[in-house]
Each structure stands twice: as C-alpha cells, then as structure tokens.
Write a protein that binds this ligand. Structure first.
Ligand SMILES: [Zn+2]
Length: 120
C-alpha cells in the first residue's frame, strides 16, 4: 500500500508538509497531508501543479547560471588619440637654450670678476 513520496510540497489547506504520491494502478497523482488527509482530486490543473512540483524537484539541472567563458576576448576600449601638438613646438628651442646657458656663464664670469675685484 505504501506508495513512494514523489515530492513534498506545502499543503494548500493547512500550510504543512504534504506528500505527493502516485497510485500504482492510476496515472493520477494524489496528495497526502498528515493534517488534512488524502486529496485525490483529479483535475488537470491540480495534477499539473503536482507534476510540476515533482519535475521541479527531480529535474533541477546543474546548468551554470552564466557561462563565464569570455576570457581572452576582452579588448581594451579604443581611445581617440589627442591631436599631436609636436609640430607646434618652436624649432629654435635648442638655440634659445644655448643662449641662456651662454648668458648664464657670462653673468657668472662677470660676478666672479666682480667678487675678485671686491676682495682684491
Ligand atoms: Zn494540510
């Protein structure tokens, strides 16, 4: 007489645990609640609900939620290179640098001579 429990669901009537079972000689499922007793309604909707509970329990696929197999396909965002201002640089910067250096040396020389003169 003991039919295997296919799935345990919540009883609609009392909120307790109810066992969905199946008769050996019938394709119909039935519900057995310890509090409410046997529920042998054969309506398609209810049968489908119980069957869905069974399928949901036993048919849980271990499929990954989201396949994280995108490694190696990441590409950095393309940035727009700013317009190069290299051609706007004055070409005589080197010459002006030399002039500054020569001028500094000249000033230092003058100062050196000045200090020598003061000390002398
Ligand atoms: Zn119940």
């Amino acid at each position: 007489m003991a039919n295997p429990i296919l799935v345990t669901i919540q009883c609609d009537a009392c909120g307790g645990d109810a066992s969905v079972k199946k008769l050996n000689n019938s394709p119909l499922l039935y519900l057995h609640c310890k509090t409410c007793g046997m529920d042998r309604r054969s309506g398609k909707q209810l049968q489908a609900k119980w069957q869905a509970a069974i399928d949901g329990k036993s048919g849980l696929p271990d499929a990954p939620e989201q396949a994280e197999s995108v490694e190696g396909e990441w590409s950095p965002p393309v940035e727009d290179k700013p317009e190069s201002n290299a051609e706007d640089k004055p070409e005589n910067s080197g010459i002006s640098g030399k002039s500054v250096a020569v001028g500094t040396i000249g000033v230092l020389s003058v100062l050196a001579m000045f200090f020598k003169a003061v000390r002398g």
